[in-house]
Ligand binder design. Structure first.
Ligand SMILES: [Zn+2]
Length: 492
């Protein structure tokens, strides 16, 4: 009895000591990082950022883009941050996707409270640029502010963080905005070494964004990491070597009226272009799809962007082809912009027709938690039905045949299956060739190799193509225009 009492007492003492140590860890971090005296902060560096969702296959890392200059300026009191990136690309894009560009590209991104927007860089002698609202980016940017070492300690203290000892370090847990979980690790020196947050992503769900900090040193009177590595969904998304820090620069980012009063984004529109009997080219947004009528069912190629777009595409297919189920949804390739609504297709009950390199990824996608923004599949929990292809595949009802061919020698992605309707002589393809808005305009130089690869594959497969239906852009095209673009040297 007495022993038990004594043991309990010792345990209680140990608990008090541990709790104090944990609270001390946040205090230690606050004093090490100079948190109390920092209202604003700026850091500069260079490195690479990565095109998330654009890997060559799902098993490979995101393609890298060099970042020549990176400047983040933040105000912790107004919860605002400006990130100014100067990216640079040579004449060849890295293996994998990402919008083709060449030369320098500047991006200026803002978050302030509940608002996020982009500011196009001012052109010399041109009109003042207008802020472009980007509400979808708000959670990620807001969390990036609170994931900086100083921001993390401030947010932990403001949000009643809980802590626990782990292998000599202190782990810190709290929620920001009543919704977003943050966890972090503070080492015995009071340095924040790792921060984890989760943001919604329509395909992979509650997506882990993990930032690790190392090489702390005093810069501009502030202890700050000299190396920053952020991963998204497990692969590097940002790598920075920090070259300078400024404490308390004059900075705020008031929300522009045009952002605060921006009208809600327009409703999703699915426009229809009938390419042939029972063949519908579904456009009206940034990413197009195909709906094909079969004897007793419908085949859709690509449910892009997100659930809203995918649901509208599937509904339009059923409206155009009434009283038949959508039995198959084929993926052109696994890049996240084109795959964005794949969970909606799984929920629809369709069998997903895709290249075999996507099988493991889609099996994971079908089950991944979507607690931040629950979607239809999160509620229905329908199992994935999948039919994989190698270099070619086909769907037929005895009358109509749909062929799928994998593009070879194509650096944009390893799993690009173009859709070919031999009877109708229609070829549907995303990304390989997007005709410029007006015929005769040259392609950006980094887009030419993709056009060349598409042309070479059409020739290799001896496809008789009358119409190319690209999944981007504002018009259909043909092999003559493709050949012209592929032969051109391109322009900057
Ligand atoms: Zn792509």
């Amino acid at each position: 009895m007495r022993k038990a009492f004594l043991l309990g007492f010792i345990c209680a003492l140990a608990y008090v000591a541990a709790t104090t140590a944990q609270q001390n860890a946040l205090q230690t971090a606050a004093s090490t990082l100079g948190v109390a005296n920092l209202k604003t902060l700026e850091f500069k560096g260079s490195g690479r950022n990565f095109s998330v969702g654009q890997n060559y296959t799902p098993a490979e890392p995101w393609p890298a883009v060099p970042v020549k200059e990176f400047t983040a300026t933040m105000n912790f009191e107004t919860a605002s941050m400006r990130v100014d990136l100067l990216r640079e690309m040579g004449t060849v894009m890295p293996r994998g996707g990402g919008a083709p560009f060449t030369g320098q590209q500047r991006q200026i991104q803002f978050v302030s409270g509940n608002y996020a927007w982009n500011m196009p860089p001012a052109a010399p002698g041109g009109p003042a640029p207008q802020a472009a609202p980007n509400a979808a980016a708000q959670p990620e940017r807001m969390l990036a502010l609170w994931a900086t070492p100083q921001g993390f300690v401030k947010a932990a203290m403001a949000n009643n963080a809980t802590t626990r000892q782990a292998r000599g370090n202190t782990e810190v847990f709290f929620t920001v905005g009543g919704k977003y979980k943050m966890t972090g690790t503070i080492n015995p020196q009071g340095q924040v070494t790792k921060v984890q947050t989760w943001i919604d992503q329509s395909i992979v769900g509650d997506m882990l964004v993990e930032t690790t900090y190392s090489g702390y040193q005093s810069m501009g009177g502030v202890m700050f990491p000299s190396r920053i590595l952020q991963t998204q969904d497990g692969y590097p998304a940002l790598e920075l070597t920090v070259s300078g820090v400024t404490a308390n620069p004059a900075f705020d980012a008031p929300v522009p009226d045009t952002v605060r009063n921006a009208p809600p984004p327009p409703a999703v529109v699915v426009a229809v272009d009938k390419l042939g009997d029972g063949v519908y080219y579904l456009t009206g947004g940034s990413h197009h799809s195909l709906a094909i009528e079969m004897r007793d069912h419908i085949v859709v190629v690509d449910t892009p962007n997100n659930e809203e777009r995918a649901a509208a595409v599937l509904a339009k297919a059923k409206e155009l082809i009434p009283n038949k189920p959508i039995r198959f949804v084929a993926t052109s390739h696994h890049h996240w912009d084109h795959l964005g609504g794949i969970r909606t297709a799984i929920d629809e009950g369709a069998t997903i027709v895709t290249h075999q390199s996507n099988k493991a990824f889609l099996e994971r996608v079908a089950k991944t938690p979507h607690t931040l923004v629950p979607d239809r599949l999160a509620a229905s929990k329908k199992p994935l039905k999948i039919q994989t292809m190698g270099d070619r595949g086909q769907l037929t009802d005895g009358t109509r045949t749909i062929e799928f061919h994998r593009l070879q020698g194509y650096e944009h992605t390893g799993d690009m299956m173009v859709t070919y309707l031999p009877k109708e002589k229609i070829l549907a393809e995303p990304d390989a060739f997007t005709p410029p808005p007006k015929a005769g305009m040259p392609l950006v130089v980094t887009a030419v190799p993709s056009a060349k690869a598409l042309l070479a594959n059409i020739q290799r497969l001896k496809l008789d193509v009358a119409v190319i239906a690209p999944f981007h852009g504002n018009r259909k095209t043909d092999v003559a225009e493709l050949a012209n673009a592929a032969g051109a040297t391109g322009t900057n």
